[in-house]
Design a protein around this ligand. Structure first.
Ligand code: MRU
Length: 347
C-alpha cells in the first residue's frame, strides 16, 4: 500500500503508523481532519512530501465533515481547516503548499457544496498521484550521479515512507540499485527519533540493498577514512539561495563530507523549494518536546538524570556552499542556486 491513501471503499483516509515500525505494521484510519493534524504533529506520518499529501486528504475529510449548505460557507470551513492543519508542523513547506494548492485549484467552483467537496478530494488525490511520478523522475536524474561500487551515507528516512511512494534521496539509491549498480548504504541512525535505524533500515532490507546502520557520530570517521563516495539527504524546505533545511544532523554531516571532498546531494521535489524565502535563516525550525531526547533508556532505566533538561531542534540548515547539487524532478541544479533553482521550479 501507499504510505498515505484515500480508501474509496470505506471513504476514509488511512496511513501507515510510522511510530510503530519496524516492530509492527499497522494502518491508522481517519474520519476527522483534526485527528489528521494531530497525527502529523505526533509523527504517525512524517517526511515532507508524505506530510503534504496527508494534509491534502485531511482537507478532503474537513470537506466531508462540513455541514455547510452552500459554496461560500463550505469555503470558509475549508479555510479554517487548512489553517488548523498548517499548524501541525512548521518546517516542511509541503504542508502549506498542498493545502494552498487545493484551495487555489477549487477557488473557481461555483456550483453546489457537493461539487466542491468532490473537487477537494480529487485535487488531494492528484497531489498524491503526482508525488509518486515526481519521485520516479527525481530517482532517474539522481541515479546518474551514483556509480557502481559507491558507498553512500544517507540521513534520516527519505524513502517510500517519507513520501506517498518510492521516496526522494532513498528513491535515488533504490533506482541505482535497480539499475544493477552495486551500492552499500551507511544508514545514519538519526537521533532522537531514529528514522534511519527504524525506517530506512526497514526499507533497505525489503529492497535487498546492502547497508550498515551507523551512529550519527560515526559519519566523520567513515568520511575521513575514505570509505564513502557520496552523501545523499532530503529536505523539508529549501530556500531560494540553495540553503537546505533537513533533519537535525544534516549540517554536521555535510561539514564533515565537505572537509573530506565527498560530494553532498540534497534530493528535493520542487514543491519543497520555497522561493519566497531568500535564505536558510528565514526557515522556521521546529523544536520538539525534550522527552524525545530524555526518553532514551538503557537496561530499563532513563539514561539522563531524572531532573535533566534537554533541547530538541528537529531540523538544521545546511548552507548552500556545502551542497554539491540539488536533485529535482526537473534535473540536477548546481550553483549558483539562485538561478538554477528558479529554472527547476519553472520546470
Ligand atoms: O521529522 P521528519 O521525520 O518528518 O523529518 C524528515 C526529514 O528530515 C526528511 O529528510 C525530509 O522530510 C525529506 S523526506 C523526502
Amino acid at each position: 500500500m501507499r504510505t498515505v491513501e484515500w480508501n474509496y471503499e470505506t471513504d476514509k483516509f488511512q496511513m501507515i503508523d510510522q511510530r510503530l515500525l519496524p516492530g509492527s505494521f499497522e494502518i491508522a484510519v481517519y474520519e476527522d481532519y483534526r485527528l489528521v493534524a494531530q497525527a502529523i504533529t505526533d509523527m504517525v506520518v512524517r517526511g515532507a512530501p508524505a506530510i503534504g499529501a496527508a494534509a491534502g486528504f485531511g482537507l478532503a475529510l474537513a470537506a466531508r465533515q462540513s455541514n455547510a449548505q452552500d459554496v461560500p460557507a463550505l469555503r470558509a470551513d475549508l479555510e479554517a481547516a487548512a489553517n488548523h492543519l498548517k499548524q501541525a508542523r512548521p518546517t516542511a513547506v509541503n504542508l502549506a503548499w498542498a493545502l494552498d494548492r487545493i484551495l487555489r485549484a477549487t477557488a473557481q467552483i461555483q456550483g453546489n457544496a457537493h461539487q466542491l467537496k468532490g473537487a477537494v478530494l480529487a485535487e488531494a488525490q492528484k497531489i498524491a498521484d503526482e508525488d509518486v511520478q515526481i519521485n520516479l523522475s527525481i530517482a532517474r536524474h539522481g541515479a546518474e550521479l551514483i556509480e557502481d561500487g559507491d558507498t553512500i551515507i544517507h540521513h534520516c528516512n527519505t524513502g517510500a515512507l517519507a513520501t506517498v511512494d518510492w521516496g526522494t534521496a532513498l528513491g535515488v539509491i533504490r533506482m541505482a540499485h535497480n539499475q544493477g549498480k552495486r551500492i552499500h548504504v551507511l544508514v545514519d541512525e538519526t537521533r532522537p527519533r531514529l528514522q534511519g535505524a527504524r525506517l530506512t533500515a526497514w526499507e533497505l532490507s525489503q529492497y535487498h540493498i546492502p547497508y550498515d546502520i551507523i551512529t550519527d557520530n560515526a559519519a566523520g570517521y567513515f568520511l575521513s577514512t575514505g570509505q564513502v563516495q557520496k552523501v545523499f539527504f532530503g529536505s523539508d524546505r529549501t530556500a531560494a539561495n540553495g540553503d537546505v533545511a533537513n533533519k537535525i544532523g544534516t549540517y554536521m554531516l555535510a561539514l564533515a563530507a565537505h572537509d573530506n571532498q565527498v560530494p553532498r546531494y540534497a534530493v528535493v521535489p520542487t514543491s519543497t523549494i520555497d522561493l519566497a524565502l531568500s535564505s536558510g535563516p528565514e526557515i522556521p525550525i521546529e523544536e520538539r518536546d525534550s522527552s524525545e531526547v530524555l526518553g532514551l533508556t538503557l537496561l530499563g532505566h532513563q539514561v539522563a538524570p531524572q531532573d535533566a533538561s534537554a533541547r530538541n531542534p528537529a531540523f538544521d540548515v545546511t548552507p548552500h556552499r556545502l551542497v554539491t547539487g540539488i536533485v529535482t524532478e526537473n534535473g540536477v541544479a548546481y550553483p549558483p542556486y539562485k538561478e538554477s533553482l528558479k529554472r527547476m521550479v519553472a520546470g
